[in-house]
Design a binder for this molecule. Sequence first.
Ligand SMILES: [Zn+2]
Length: 267
Amino acid sequence: MIVDTHAHLYYESLINNIEDVLKRAEDAGVEKIIAPAVDYNTSLQLLELSAKYNMIYAALGIHPCDVNKYEYNELEKIEKLFGNEKIVGVGETGIDYYWDTSYNDKQKEFFRLHIELAKDKELPVIIHTRNSIDDAIQVVIENYSEKLKGQFHCFDGTVEQLNKVMRIENSFQSPEKSSGLGTFYVSFTGNVTYKKYSYTDTVAKIPIDKILSETDSPFLSPVPYRGKPNEPAYIVNTIKKIAEIKNMNEEDMKKQLRENAKSLFNI
Ligand SMILES: [Zn+2]
């Protein structure tokens, strides 16, 4: 009953062995996998994969580390691919200041365009951040509408930054208008299992109805698979650690995570 909300299935280590990868995932209790694209070509690849395999869903968009290669109308090509029920999100998009800060404005503008697309399609926006959470929150707030909902994936923020994310909807919604939309979720990957992980406090503090499970495969494998390519089956090791940090029974944690994925992605 687990949903891996973030796995880049088009990487060679995964796609070349996709049947085995899916079988191992199923054996580990993974029911559904959401695979986010990073550009037009991976969007096409994931559409094909999601059509072929029941358990795979797709999110389409352009990764912030890739936007420098494109004009703004690149996203219009991707926009034309929407309308298929296996597409459950827009992204991944966001802002990344770790690799390159020479095109920050372009990253922000692409992020804004993805947010507009998400509002238009009434789908969640999948947000990547690296050293950029405050600016990403700012872009979300500037472009907020009640139709907007999303996921801050692989969250590398402090408790204070988490609280800012959790307050996004409150700053816009009057209590009588709580529609179930306008909600932001946060997810953590295999790095929560590392000895030197810096955000254990953030995991401890997140409300349990706002947390999602993900692997970010093939990256950030949890212990004891660290150093090997990550895959959806390894999500159980990450969930185990999150349950431990939150002092929760593992099965209850899985149930809660499943419900949260359903309420955001409607799957
Ligand atoms: Zn990703």
